[in-house]
Design a protein around this ligand. Structure first.
Ligand code: HEM
Length: 301
């Protein structure tokens, strides 16, 4: 006899509830682990500047595997850093069949994010793609599903509405961003990042009829940008190859030198500063719209 509607509904509710509770427990454990690592980092000596990537791993001592630009048939994503890892063969060069667990390990070794961060992000990505973190795989291009994690108003990509191919850098946006630095030697500061993210949001609002930016996507935008301030120290000299060519600069090492890596707790300080610093968004939108209407007026005269 087929199970009744009530029995099927009750089973699904039960499974959903157990899954929800398991996820909450997982997050609580993760945050406790993250706090413990943050505390450890506060006391542990820093790693030497030129020895942040662990011995024996790609990039140790600044020696990165050969950079080979992607072929047309390779899978690439909207994330410049994951693409860079594939371009160096740290992730599979074809960008395909990557386990979420491998993504975790490789991001940790390459960029010195904490194990908690490197678990949290791929786990979140697996959830968003409706896959199992522990057993499933992904292609880099899967990450470009619009409004999943990929979103409008990025620093390095045109909006999907304007260019559906999110796998390639948008050089004019990247150059404008990298030329905006006001730090020593033109490096990018926290306020530069806030200003440029605000500008991108305003531009997208004005030019993209399908613009959308949920709060979670704003936080993703600020978080992705904040990796450039923390892991890359805002140094434009390094950011040019990273963002324009999706290449790891020769001799490069992560700027975060804590042996426990960059924890979620510490990273959130930068993300919050960046997001809260975005003030000019509304003014810029008005200015861009105003400029648009002046141009329209000029055309009709
Ligand atoms: C661990 C797995 C990772 C996943 C699943 C992931 C996912 C993504 C996605 C979906 C985007 C596109 C967001 C947008 O539309 O702007 C993105 C962009 C980006 N990600 Fe990643 N990423 C990962 C690791 C990293 C790491 C390790 C770094 C830094 C070392 C990084 C830095 C960036 C940057 C700088 C951007 C560009 C932001 C922009 O254009 O505004 N990501 N990432």
């Amino acid at each position: 006899m087929a199970p009744s509607f009530a029995a099927v509904a009750a089973t699904r509710l039960g499974v959903g509830l157990i899954y929800g509770i398991a996820n909450v427990i997982l997050l609580i454990r993760l945050f406790i682990w993250d706090l413990a690592l943050t505390l450890y980092n506060a006391f542990a000596p820093l790693l030497p500047e030129n020895r942040v990537v662990p011995e024996g791993r790609p990039g140790a001592g600044g020696l990165w595997p050969q950079f080979i630009p992607p072929k047309d048939t390779d899978s690439r994503s909207c994330c410049p850093m994951l693409n860079a890892m594939a371009n160096h063969g740290i992730l599979p060069r074809d960008g395909r069949n990557i386990t979420f667990r491998d993504l975790n390990t490789k991001c940790r070794e390459t960029f010195n994010f904490s194990p908690t961060f490197c678990f949290f992000v791929p786990h979140y990505a697996a959830d968003m793609l409706d896959r199992n973190y522990w057993t499933d795989k992904m292609d880099l291009s899967d990450l470009s599903a619009h409004n999943c994690i990929e979103h409008d108003a990025s620093l390095c990509r045109e909006d999907t509405f304007l260019n559906p191919d999110q796998s390639k850098p948008a050089p004019h946006l990247i150059k404008e961003f990298l030329e905006s630095g006001t730090g020593p030697g033109g490096d990018i500061t926290t306020s530069d990042l806030s200003r440029m993210l605000g500008k991108r949001r305003a531009q997208s609002k004005a030019s993209n009829g399908q613009y959308s930016q949920a709060m979670i996507h704003k936080i993703f935008g600020a978080s992705n940008g904040s990796t450039l301030l923390t892991i890359c120290g805002g140094r434009v000299k390094d950011l040019y190859p990273f963002l324009l060519e999706e290449r790891i600069p020769d001799g490069w090492q992560p700027r975060i030198r804590n042996p426990g890596g960059l924890t979620l707790a510490i990273f959130q300080n930068t993300v919050l500063k960046v997001e809260l610093g975005i003030k000019e968004e509304v003014e810029d939108t008005l200015r861009l719209l105003h400029m648009g209407s002046i141009q329209e007026d000029a055309k009709t005269k």
